[in-house]
Design a protein around this ligand. Structure first.
Ligand SMILES: Cc1cc2nc3c(=O)[nH]c(=O)nc-3n(C[C@H](O)[C@H](O)[C@H](O)COP(=O)(O)OP(=O)(O)OC[C@H]3O[C@@H](n4cnc5c(N)ncnc54)[C@H](O)[C@@H]3O)c2cc1C
Length: 387
């Protein structure tokens, strides 16, 4: 069915994204990102120049001002993932869905002026560091401390699994500023590259998203000035995380829908082309039935996705809504991509083929942004009336 959530502005924007993809998302570029384990800065700057990152940055700071309209971001995901470049979509996502929103929604005026214009152009790349070696799902168990000193904080600790952790210039970092694990014991600081004692550590080797860096970070007596405290208020970090997590979770669901659509298209094309026993693979009834099944799943995914996008636009996407959408969308994606791989036969396992890369990328969708078990926990608590 035709989707009806995009208007002329969105479709005009899609043309811009397609143009960008044609020019910059070549096989050579993608292979280089995969070999280097990161997206090169020139591509991020080109994305800034084309106006396809920094979408939520207000116009007064040089962005597109699409604060609540995630449909533009959805289009970026659709086109970049369709081109087989999940890693690039991931790098864009960290900048636009994880780093920038903290400054747009919760930054002080000075923080907005300092960072947003250069984040919109790609000159400054951000990352979000919550997870630690000993605490992921249970974020209140973090151990990275920020001790108040004259004019700022001294940060000590370590983070792990940080997307864009190697390439980022600034890291929005979740720290403990108080005792115990009450919500008001946490704050968020912007840690900058080059601050003494801040080390980007080791790049981690992953099964998917080969072209997007994921790193460990360490902090040894790092002095962070108080003007880098998000919102300028200590003790608000946990609430600030909770405010942004629905967007992060919705963004993962949207990427899952885009990958599922792409997988369907790649698989239809492949099975029309490939032959066995004198017939095209698509001429076997099993293939057509499997394609019919995943086509229905993709339809349902878009229906749910579009509903989530509109709810977010109207500020009606609750934490529970986002959690439910995230686990459902990423689980459908996993099943769809698995069928896509199967119908590609051996080539489905070879990472030269986009279906294989997308399959490997998809696995983490059920883990990061909060695992799907945690998503079910959030939803089930609401159902049970337990908060
Ligand atoms: C490629 C990649 C990129 C990432 N990017 C970032 C990033 O940019 N920034 C960032 O901060 N983090 C990032 N993460 C971290 C990610 O969000 C965490 O890995 C995730 O939240 C799970 O935390 P954990 O790894 O500590 O698992 P754990 O919390 O140790 O969980 C282990 C298992 O126990 C289950 N479990 C835990 N608690 C419960 C419970 N209450 N009920 C039922 N089951 C439970 C989990 O669901 C999981 O199956 C990234 C991770 C990966 C792999």
């Amino acid at each position: 069915m035709e989707r009806d959530i995009y208007d002329e502005d969105h479709e005009a924007f899609r043309d811009v994204v397609k143009e960008f993809v044609k020019r910059y998302v070549t096989n050579e570029a993608r292979e280089k990102w995969d070999a280097d384990g990161e997206v090169d800065r020139a591509t991020m700057l080109a994305a800034g120049e084309s106006g396809i990152i920094g979408l939520s940055v207000p116009e007064e700071f040089g962005g597109a001002g699409m604060l609540q309209d995630y449909r533009f971001r959805a289009i970026v995901n659709e086109e970049v993932i369709r081109a087989g470049a999940g890693s690039l979509a991931g790098a864009f996502g960290i900048q636009d869905d994880l780093a920038i929103p903290y400054i747009v929604h919760m930054g002080t005026q000075a923080q907005k002026e300092k960072w947003l214009p250069r984040m919109a152009t790609g000159e400054v790349l951000g990352a979000l560091a919550m997870t630690e070696p000993g605490a992921g799902s249970d974020l209140r168990g973090i151990k990275t401390t920020a001790k108040k000193v004259d004019g700022g904080y001294i940060v000590n600790g370590a983070k792990t699994f940080i997307s864009s952790g190697k390439t980022a210039d600034i890291v929005v970092t979740f720290v403990k500023t108080g005792e115990g694990n009450r919500p008001d014991a946490f704050s968020i600081l912007i840690v900058e590259n080059g601050m003494e004692g801040f080390d980007h550590g080791k790049k981690l080797h992953k099964m998917g998203f080969q072209g997007h860096d994921t790193a460990e970070l360490s902090f040894t007596d790092v002095f962070v000035p108080e003007e880098n405290l998000i919102s300028g208020e200590e003790g608000r970090g946990f609430i600030q995380l909770m405010m942004n997590l629905p967007l992060e979770r919705m963004s993962i669901g949207v990427a899952a829908a885009a990958a599922s659509q792409a997988a369907l298209e790649w698989t239809v094309a492949y099975t029309k082309d490939r032959e066995a026993f004198g017939e095209r693979i698509i001429d076997f009834q099993n293939t057509r039935f499997q394609l019919a099944s995943i086509a229905a799943d993709v339809e349902a995914l878009w229906a749910y996705t579009d509903r989530a996008l509109l709810a977010y636009k109207d500020k009606k996407l609750s934490a529970e809504d986002a959690a439910m959408y995230k686990f459902w969308a990423t689980e459908r994606e996993w099943e769809i991509l698995d069928i896509g791989v199967q119908l590609h036969g051996g080539y489905g396992y070879i990472t030269e083929y986009p279906i294989a890369r997308a399959f490997l990328d998809a696995r983490v969708h059920r883990i990061y942004g909060g695992t799907n078990e945690i998503m079910r926990d959030i939803v089930s608590r609401q159902i049970a009336g337990k908060r």
